[in-house]
Structure formats: C-alpha cells, structure tokens
Write a protein that binds this ligand. Structure first.
Ligand SMILES: C[S@@+](CC[C@H](N)C(=O)[O-])C[C@H]1O[C@@H](n2cnc3c(N)ncnc32)[C@H](O)[C@@H]1O
Length: 272
C-alpha cells in the first residue's frame, strides 16, 4: 500500500522557493500557486461561468495559497473570502493580499469546510471550489451549506476529479489517495446530490483531459528539478508525489477516473 505523501504543506510553505515557482510555471503556463488540475484556460473561464461582476461578493472554498482568488479580485474588482484548512496556505494567501494591496477586499481564513462555512445566510453572489469537494465527507451537507450562504440566483462552480469511470485496483486507489482523505464518486452521483440540494444544474463539463495533461507536465517539470526538490521535500516524499502524479495521469488517460466541472445556480426565490 502507498505510504502517506505530503503535497499541500510542502507546496504552500515553499510557495516562494524559485524551484516551486518554476515547476508551477512549466505546469500551468501562468503561476497562481496552483495545486490542482485546473488548466490556465479553465481558470480563465471561471469568472464568466460564475457570471462575476465588479463588486461581486465571492467565496472560494479550498483557496490553497490564494493566488487565483487574488488574480480574480485584481482583474474584476470583486470582494473575495478564501477558506482553506491548510495553515501555510492561508498565511501565504494573506501575505500576498497585503503585498498586492488587495487586503482587506480579499482575505483568507483557516477553516475546515466540512465543519460548516463561517458566514451568514445569503452572503455571496458566487462560490467556487477547484478540486476540493473530493477531500470532504458528506457532500450533500457541504452542498446544502453552500446553498445557505449563496444569495438567490447566485452561482456555484466546483470540480470533482474523482468520478469513477472504470475498473480501479486497490493499489491504484491507495496511490491516488496517498496525499490525503478522498471520496470517490460513482457517475451521476454529483448530479443527484446537486438536485437534492435544490440547485439548478447549468453545466456539467467533462474536464478529464485537463487532469491527464496537468499530471503529465507536472511530473515532468518536477523530474527536471529533482535534486532541488529532494533537498526541500526529502527523497521519500519526492518519489511518493511522482508516483501520485503518474497514477493520476494513467487513470485519467485511460478514463478509469474522470474529472467533471459543475456549474449551478441557487433558484431565485420569486421563480417557482
Ligand atoms: C487540490 S487542492 C486545490 C487548491 C486550489 N483550489 C487550487 O486550485 O490550486 C485542495 C485544497 O483543499 C484544501 N482542503 C482539503 N480539505 C479541506 C477541508 N476539510 N477544509 C478546507 N480546505 C480543505 C487543501 O488544503 C488544498 O488547499
């Protein structure tokens, strides 16, 4: 079985290290501090899919190091709250907000989203979450909690990189899950839960190819900087992360694991 491998602590605490910046640039093309399967093209489509406007109140669940929320706020003049359980990620995000003169319009809080969202009802025009909900138990409760904090007509976008598409062995499930707690979903389950939470599903996009591509380039970029990364991560963790990335690449290329992006709206109270 695969031993536990660290991805997020290392990525966020070494955010400013040149080798990590270089790997992100090679992997994604544009550096938002990503640790997900979101291509830069997908990142570029998110504001439009969420119908964001200047002054929109926006919530990002699982904001990581904060780079993407800051990019959106800078370009669209939104007000953004980012939540993440990782202390180093949230610290980095708040530091970047200050450095870029975006605080307090953009701020970040450490929070375990599975325990609830620290917000009043009907607070946000939009909520987004890139490759995070698969880390949380009780997805229907999470969706209901997001529904609660969204304003009527507000939109939610989330991606799920763990939709089962075919046969997966226990060794592959162990390697794919080596970086933390994960929930794998059968096809159609997200759509069913979205409906149960009373959202109106607007789009369900198959973005499996994005995960295949990112995993492959990320693996190659890390391999090129192996000595520098081993110095920061240690040998065992370096190899563990490489196995994780290869596993994602293989499972998605063979479509045994699928990634979907869902966009939905909270119905307007006046519309039955
Ligand atoms: C795949 S990363 C995505 C980060 C960022 N959205 C991106 O696109 O790069 C998943 C993120 O979810 C966060 N996370 C995992 N479990 C969480 C929880 N229970 N509450 C809040 N954040 C969580 C991790 O710390 C990590 O930053």
């Amino acid at each position: 079985m695969s031993a536990r491998v660290d991805l997020y602590d290392g990525a966020y605490s070494n955010y400013a290290a040149e080798v990590y910046r270089q790997v992100r640039l090679e992997t994604y093309g544009e550096d938002f501090g990503q640790t997900s399967w979101v291509t830069t093209e997908e990142s570029g489509n998110i504001p439009q899919l969420l119908a964001l406007r200047s002054d929109s109140m926006v919530l990002e669940l699982g904001c990581g190091s904060g780079g993407y929320a800051l990019h959106v706020a800078e370009n669209l003049d939104c007000i953004i709250l980012g939540l993440d359980i990782n202390e180093s990620g949230v610290r980095n995000a708040n530091q970047l907000a200050v450095t870029r003169n975006l605080a307090p319009r953009v701020r970040f809080e450490q929070c375990d989203i599975s325990a609830g969202i620290p917000s009043e009802d009907n607070a946000f025009e939009a909520v987004f979450s890139n490759d995070v909900l698969c880390h949380l138990p009780a997805r229907l409760n999470v969706l209901r909690e997001i529904f609660r904090v969204l304003k009527p007509s507000g939109r939610l976008l989330f991606s799920d990189a763990l939709v089962i598409g075919g046969m997966v062995s226990h060794q592959e499930i162990a390697a794919r899950s080596s970086i933390g707690y994960y929930v794998f979903s059968p096809p159609g389950e997200n759509e069913r839960l979205i409906e149960s939470a009373v959202f109106r599903l607007l789009r369900a996009l198959d973005t499996t190819e994005n995960a295949t591509r990112i995993a492959k380039i990320w693996h190659q970029a890390r391999e090129k900087s192996k000595p520098e990364l081993i110095a920061l991560e240690g040998d065992g963790n370096f190899e563990g992360l490489q196995r994780f990335l290869l596993c994602v690449n293989t499972l998605t290329a063979e479509r045994r694991l699928l990634r979907y992006l869902y966009v939905m709206a909270k119905p307007d109270q006046n519309v039955s």
